[in-house]
Design a protein around this ligand. Structure first.
Ligand SMILES: Cc1cc2nc3c(=O)[nH]c(=O)nc-3n(C[C@H](O)[C@H](O)[C@H](O)COP(=O)(O)OP(=O)(O)OC[C@H]3O[C@@H](n4cnc5c(N)ncnc54)[C@H](O)[C@@H]3O)c2cc1C
Ligand SMILES: NC(=O)c1ccc[n+]([C@@H]2O[C@H](COP(=O)([O-])OP(=O)(O)OC[C@H]3O[C@@H](n4cnc5c(N)ncnc54)[C@H](O)[C@@H]3O)[C@@H](O)[C@H]2O)c1
Length: 469
């Protein structure tokens, strides 16, 4: 197997293929470990953690009295740098080689059936041609999308890369985009000392989630001093040299900051991977079936961000396991049908059972469908919501607003098809909902899954009672 792209997805495809008895080559043109390790999940969560602990302490009078100093920003950044291995990938390369994967440095492009040409593989070397016996897997990920706002690109804004790797706290950070990156990075940098203005095009933050999630996060950001502006979209951007950057909004208002972060989504890293050589459209998300096989090209697979299914590390790694297992099964002559819903090679969870956590304040854990998405999918649903202030375990964690939880129930099957928890400690609670959704556990049976007292998990009991059990 030849894998192009050594992020979390590519690494996992290759290692599982080797475990399945194939040989695998992994082609990477930057750092082995991908976006997640160096400019996304790990550094962003490291930037958030210290001040999250301080905020938890601040919600408890006794602990708050003991926290009298200021956050040590340098120590936070140093810890973040350690989590990124100081942007070096020696450890990842050693792991890959130890796992029996051949790592090739350079830029990979498809060059025909089962063929990948790698440029810059060795200094001064001719392009290296790799031929896969069984499959080529694209795991090239995604890059930040910068919208075509006049002057924006020329202003050299921060993308998520600079926002997660900055070595100094900006005095005034202007953030465009109130999605996951915008909310997490506004939380992190405002708590590390920046003045933050968050410009959100729509009328609520975190637009893909249940409305209360974005409302709670907006409230906490405002409580923390962030200027959250809804319905605010940039019409133009100005910057003189290395000076401050001014965003002109559609209503004519102007906001000037010494750093501007564009957090308006991603685009697939597929513009320069030779898709045209196999009759596919460069720059597009790759259309795959549930075994991650690209439509119309039986030897080509695409997993992780580059197929646009769910842009999350854990889902990329899940797809990697399914993809590798499908290739291994097919190499043994098995059919590995994508219609075999619960086969280990079928990425069934991609549709309808994807979990994710937004590490803002409050944490928002969500799995499956929101009410709006379930209705749009034609499901006959009934939803219940509870205030977590009424859950002893949740209110014990702090004296501020404990948050909210919601279940989306498919009335025809009486199973949970979606859950959202927004509140302290809910990131770790989420997996219980994932098990309920994937397991299609009937409500009557869930009633017997007794949450321990006093834990945040008692939200389940309150939700089931609210449903009428
Ligand atoms: C700020 C931020 C925070 C995030 N936080 C989380 C989080 O907390 N939890 C979570 O689950 N997800 C999070 N994500 C999403 C997560 O980072 C991605 O879903 C994940 O990195 C996707 O993994 P991947 O392997 O598919 O792609 P990537 O991580 O993008 O890796 C792709 C790799 O392919 C290489 N490559 C690309 N083209 C070529 C080529 N032609 N030849 C050779 N190599 C190539 C790249 O250099 C890269 O190393 C976050 C994203 C951002 C931006
Ligand atoms: N904790 C996590 O799991 C985590 C953290 C960060 C990122 N991620 C992943 O990375 C992906 C990308 O995150 P993101 O925040 O960049 O994208 P996003 O899709 O979550 O949010 C983009 C935001 O930008 C706004 N927007 C888009 N175009 C705009 C424009 N022209 N002008 C103004 N606003 C505009 C949208 O309305 C939306 O609010 C996420 O979808 C998620 O899958 C995950």
């Amino acid at each position: 197997m030849v894998v192009v792209g050594g992020g979390p997805t590519g690494e996992n495809v290759a290692s599982r293929a080797v475990e399945g008895g194939l040989t695998a080559v992994l082609v990477e043109h930057e750092l082995l470990g991908g976006e997640c390790s160096y400019w996304a999940c790990m550094p962003s969560k490291a930037l958030l953690r210290d001040t999250e602990v301080l905020a938890e302490a601040a919600a408890l009078p006794g602990a708050a009295a003991a926290v009298t100093g200021r956050v040590d920003v340098r120590a936070v950044l140093d810890r973040r740098d350690a989590f990124t291995s100081h942007w070096r990938d020696d450890g990842q390369v050693a792991w890959a080689e130890g796992a029996g994967i051949a790592v090739v440095r350079g830029h990979g492009r498809l060059a025909g059936e089962r063929r990948v040409v790698v440029e810059g593989a060795y200094e001064g070397s001719q392009p290296l041609e790799l031929r896969a016996r069984h499959a080529v897997v694209l795991a090239t990920g995604s890059v930040a999308a910068v919208p075509p706002v006049p002057g924006l690109r020329e202003a050299r804004p921060w993308t998520s890369r600079e926002a997660t790797s900055a070595e100094q706290v900006p005095e005034h950070l202007v953030v465009v985009g109130g999605g996951v990156v915008g909310c997490e990075m506004s939380t992190a940098w405002s708590r590390l000392g920046a003045r933050v203005t968050l410009l959100n095009r729509g009328d609520r933050l975190l637009p893909g989630l249940e409305p209360f999630a974005g409302e709670l996060v907006a409230q906490r950001l405002r409580d923390g001093g962030v200027d959250v502006r809804l319905g605010a979209s940039p019409a133009a951007v100005r910057r003189d040299g290395d000076g401050p950057t001014t965003v002109v909004l559609e209503d004519g208002a102007e906001v000037t900051g010494d750093a501007l972060l564009v957090a308006t989504g991603r685009r697939p890293a597929t513009a320069d991977v030779g898709l045209d050589a196999v009759g596919l459209e460069p720059g597009s998300y790759l259309d795959v079936d549930d075994t991650l096989r690209v439509a119309g090209v039986p030897w080509l697979y695409a997993a992780g961000d580059c197929n646009g299914r769910n842009l999350l590390t854990h889902m990329g790694k899940y797809q990697a396991r399914c993809c590798a297992d499908a290739v291994v099964a097919r190499s043994r002559g098995e059919q590995a049908s994508p219609d075999d819903r619960w086969a280990r090679w079928t990425a069934t969870a991609d549709a309808g059972a994807c979990p994710s956590v937004v590490f803002a304040d409050p944490q928002v854990g969500t799995v499956g469908r929101t009410e709006a998405a379930a209705r749009e999918a034609g499901l006959r649903v009934r939803c219940v919501e509870v205030d977590l202030n009424g859950v002893s375990g949740a209110s014990l964690l702090g004296d501020d607003d404990a948050g909210r939880a919601k279940l989306v129930v498919d009335e025809d099957r009486r199973v949970v098809v979606g859950a959202t928890f927004a509140g302290r400690g809910t990131a770790e609670l989420l997996h219980s909902a994932t098990v309920a959704v994937v397991g299609e556990v009937p409500l009557e049976r869930l009633w017997h899954a007794v949450p321990s007292y006093p834990t945040v998990s008692e939200a389940w009991l309150r939700l089931l009672e609210a449903y009428g059990l």
